[in-house]
Design a protein around this ligand. Sequence first.
Ligand code: ZN
Length: 534
Amino acid sequence: MSIPEQIDQGANAADRRVLVFDTTLRDGEQSPGIALNTAEKLEIAQQLARLGVDVIEAGFPITSPGDFEAVQTIAREVSDPAPPIIAGLARTHVADIDAAWEAVRDAERPRIHTFISTSDIHIVHQLQTTREDVKGQARAAVAHAKRYLEDVEFSPMDATRSEVEFTAEVVKIAIEEGATTINIPDTVGYAMPHEFQAFLARLYELVPELRDVTLSVHCHDDLGLAVANSFAGVLAGARQVECAVNGIGERAGNASLEEIVMLLRTRRADVGGLDTGVNSRELARTSRLVSRLTGYPVQPNKAIVGRNAFAHESGIHQDGVLKERSTYEIMDATTVGLESNSIVLGKHSGRHALHDALAEMGFEVDGQALNTAFKRFKEIADKKKAVTAMDLEALMSDELRGEIPGYTLEWFEVEASSRRPPHARVAVRLPEGELAEGSFTGDGPIDAVLAAINTAVGMHPKLSDFKIGAVTEGQDALGEVSVVVEIEGRSGSGQAVSTDIIEAAARAYVRALSVARARTLEPRDAAGLPATAP
Ligand SMILES: [Zn+2]
């Protein structure tokens, strides 16, 4: 049977639009070492809206005051160019659903996403309850959420390791109570595509009412099959795919948003016209932003958004592509927004040119923010021949993010030599306003600066991650540094860009300290984080 024939037999045959449900900020943020603050999450959410995703799962509001605040801020502020649905995750507990509602209620299009496991492995060992109780909790949770809003999504967690008949019973209950989206998660990344497709087909047989709601899939990449399983789900009738930018997420991650989008776009004619509403030209930029803010680099050979995804190394391939692109390219790099360096500014560019270039990229910057951006731009333009869209992107995510109250680097000096250990001195403005100085002799210039900062602030945090990269190619490229530190078990991340890599490291480090410190001041949730989520 060909794929179009399969689709025509699928439950939602007539509907060829696949909704993109982005969970970068919820499942993606559960990756170890990722610690985004509200301003960073908002920046990513705004870019997701520009990308044109249908749903943004902004977080899991009950888990911490920080998560709640981030979801609420996104719900209130993200509406441009079109308001996406903003979803908050909740277990079946009343308090979870209440928190999710409070967090999303100000969105133009709010959604509550509630879940409970249907696999016996989870029911017996994790929930330590019975199947009957799971059914009761699912019913009560959806009914409770429906008192607040129309748009309710329900997930039977670990569905692919559950008995399909029992999953069907629970799904039926959720639909009876008014769930408008049913999401089937392959929580542990165990399914195979043909098996997943058969599971969903059987579910449609057992629950004919599924045709009246949106079927969704949520696949993990533990066996490298997240995108393949998501695609199998779409062929079986799913019209929402849950995915994350760069495929980040729990363990091996989620289905990669850019891969599922470009799979459907590139093979659209062969998959019966199935497609998403995503503006693919924003994919590369979204990928870079998520990579920069999470500190998770994208592997060079990553499909769609990797640095080498469109590079041709072999002579035969290069020869072919030069003669005719389609010889070895199935997609055009410009359709995913790579090589889109149309914006180039120089040291003579004025405030107006910077304003227009930023506006073209979707940043509306005026007044004091424009002055700040212009000052940084000038510093960079003086050292670099050409400032491109990619440099501006890095600068924007560095400079114009809402300042986190905490420490500020005032100045630093470092002496580096191959003949004696490097020595650094720094001055840091403390949260209380006073200036503290510190000095240190370290193994290398960056090590010395970071240790001098520790001396100044009187803390010795654990440095859990430190990465240096270049924003663009070339000797005069901007350097970018991302840092994750841990204080009293609370982690904080910071990023900074500069033509001077030591300065970038020092500023990123001070930011990470500020974020981690702010987190140590938050009240701790006595119940702790839920162990897992779909
Ligand atoms: Zn997940």
